[in-house]
Write a protein that binds this ligand. Structure first.
Ligand SMILES: NC(=O)c1ccc[n+]([C@@H]2O[C@H](COP(=O)([O-])OP(=O)(O)OC[C@H]3O[C@@H](n4cnc5c(N)ncnc54)[C@H](O)[C@@H]3O)[C@@H](O)[C@H]2O)c1
Length: 284
């Protein structure tokens, strides 16, 4: 399959591009910056520019739209919102005009409101599944939700079939201990619902989504099988969310994100846990 991956020079995009290459896809990456060491063809473009997007997103079988600013922090909210919504609109529109039949969109579990809420979001129940209400408060989560809705509008008018993939914090063995490690000791970790996703598992999830045979817009939730915490999950939930009901038992360190729907629809099965990541060397 000839597949475009936008944002292929970034953290998630390069794992998606690698997974697709390994499965035999002919990958064209489009990004504002060139990849470091990528084995796929690359085109440099700012996808907020509709003309550039229309010229590059064509003559392909599938588009995977990953490019975005991946958080609302460190930049003006307006820039995050404008970039993410404009790129989603332009890439969807270009794919539709070019008659590209398959579309996969990198969404986020931030559409539920976590982890960037200003007014605390209490889960209505745990584990979180696709029946959890949408409720972004911040410009990033809102942009990811509107991205799904832009995809939905194109599917509604028959442009293509699509899968939108909601994901928690993406991690690698290189990022985990520095990125997540210190946060585990703070109350802030509850904002993430202690959830993460190994970038290699994310890559496999995107590959599976491209193979999905449905003819509509499927929205799925991915995540690792476990939390990033060292306290067992049911005890953690009782301590942090004493009023929140568990809709089913959660064994051991099991995740509070329910990915059964992703397993049933696209065959997603996470293989990697931070518990097997090599521990960083410490001095002394
Ligand atoms: N990192 C996470 O924890 C996480 C979690 C859930 C969802 N996501 C989503 O996954 C996607 C990728 O996130 P990431 O962590 O890999 O981010 P990243 O910043 O590492 O990669 C994003 C890539 O998009 C490119 N990009 C940004 N604006 C662009 C534009 N206007 N035109 C062309 N390219 C542009 C960047 O240059 C970058 O290479 C995003 O859509 C993000 O919302 C990320």
């Amino acid at each position: 399959m000839r597949t475009i991956v936008t944002g292929a020079s970034g953290l998630l995009g390069r794992h998606v591009a690698e997974a697709l290459l390994a499965a035999g896809h002919d990958v064209l990456g489009i990004d504002t910056v060139a990849p470091v060491g990528g084995r796929w063809r690359h085109a440099t473009a700012d996808l907020t520019d509709l003309g550039s997007t229309l010229q590059l997103v064509r003559d392909r079988d599938a588009v995977v739209h990953v490019a975005a600013i991946p958080r609302p922090t460190g930049r003006a909210g307006g820039e995050v919102f404008r970039t993410n919504v404009a790129t989603a609109y332009n890439v969807v529109e270009a794919a539709a005009m070019a008659g590209i039949g398959r579309f996969v969109y990198a969404s986020s579990f931030s559409v539920f409101g976590y982890p960037f809420f200003e007014k605390t979001v209490i889960p209505p129940y745990l584990p979180v599944d696709m029946n959890h209400p949408v409720g972004a408060q911040d410009p990033y989560g809102l942009s990811k939700w509107l991205g799904e809705e832009i995809v939905d509008a194109a599917v509604r008018r028959g442009a293509f079939s699509a899968v939108s993939i909601r994901m928690p914090w993406i991690q690698t063995p290189q990022s985990f201990f520095a990125g997540v490690g210190p946060r585990r000791a703070t109350a802030e970790s509850a904002r993430d619902l202690w959830a993460y996703l190994d970038a290699r598992d994310a890559g496999q999830g995107f590959l599976r989504a491209l193979e999905w045979q449905g003819q509509s817009h499927l929205r799925v939730l991915l995540g690792a099988a476990d939390t990033f915490m060292e306290e067992e999950t049911e005890a953690l939930v009782r301590r942090v969310y004493p009023g929140v009901a568990l809709s089913r038992p959660i064994a051991g360190f099991g995740s509070v994100l329910d990915t059964a729907h992703a397993r049933e629809t696209i065959g997603f099965a996470p293989e990697h846990s931070w518990r097997s990541y090599p521990k960083p060397e410490t001095n002394g």
